[in-house]
Design a protein around this ligand. Sequence first.
Ligand code: ADE
Length: 256
Amino acid sequence: MEFHVLTLFPEMVLDGLNTSILKRAIEKEQIKINAINIRDYTTDKHKKVDDYTYGGGAGMLMQAQPVYDAYCDVVNKRKKRDRVRVVYVTPQGKVFDQKMAEQFASEEDLVILCGHYEGIDERVLEEIVTDYVSIGDYVLTGGELPAMVMIDAIARLVPGVLNNDESASTESFAGNLLEYPQYSRPEEWNGKRVPEVLLSGNHKKIAEWRLEQSKIRTKERRPDLYEKYEKEEKEREAARRALKEEQKRLRRMGKI
Ligand code: ADE
């Protein structure tokens, strides 16, 4: 998967992502991070990329021309001709979550546009942006950190990026539950013992304990998420019951 980040600070994005698991993924060419400096595309002889806002108000706005030309260069260099998704990271967007990360991870290319100063001229946003995404209800000085947060969350879902030990399946947010508490050696630290069940070798019991801990933790720390879990669990239970009834009916009729 290739991320194309349109930014005024390409080195911030490249340096920030080139460590640990993502560094390995870049080296193995499982992901590619293409950071494009918007300033390289300005036609202004002083290399300016921003100007005052019409109608007054504090601060400068990034102008449409360099952003649009940087975007066109990305599109023209792509081999494929299908419409590419362009995410503008902004506090005015839909709040990023694991489901969104999963959807973006299925794209071959993703363009992420980072604003700075007071934002970007609305006309170019209307022209190129497909998704407005925020990483939370607070305001940062620019879009680079949100872009890096998103890339990290998306890249780890790209097949092969995580190895088995780092695997993505049974962790926080899978099925709307937070991950259960985990322990490593020693068996006792600071007077605290590892829960006995984890030392028992009984895998069924361990799985039950972990599910229970996940529920307790989610209820306590994220009651909003727990409500979702309970709702979906009820739906799953109803579907299981309906399936059983249908199987009974078919058996009575001698069809299975
Ligand atoms: N740019 C500034 N603040 C932001 C936020 N919270 N999310 C995404 N982009 C931003």
